[in-house]
Design a protein around this ligand. Sequence first.
Ligand code: FE2
Ligand code: FE2
Length: 137
Amino acid sequence: MVLVVWNDRFSTGIPTVDDQHKTLFATVNEFHEGLVAGRAKDQLAVTLASLVDYTVKHFQAEEDFMKRHGFDGLPGHAGEHRLLLEEVSTFKAKWTQDPASVRPMEVARFLGDWLTHHIQQMDFQYAKFLKDKGITV
Ligand SMILES: [Fe+2]
Ligand SMILES: [Fe+2]
């Protein structure tokens, strides 16, 4: 079962950003599918770790991009990125120490929701700013 499906409603119009978002969708789905299939926690942890690694790289790329082009919404946007990474790292710590205290399926749904909302509400803001300046790469 696929949790989140990328379609044009999520397109920022910036191909490199869209490609990164598609990879994030795919990895969130992989984590979710692993949970549905009842995969071992070690395997799920590997998927989650790669999701976090890729997310860190994506956030850095976006923040560098916004900085380079003088987008003044950068501090608020970067703050949302930091909050997400903090939430995921809190989840990972709890999951490692006391797996019964967390609900991984809720985290998968949260990540899917966060990703779709963040793209449409936050990423679209800098995408529009860049588009208005004629920048599309
Ligand atoms: Fe993004
Ligand atoms: Fe973002």
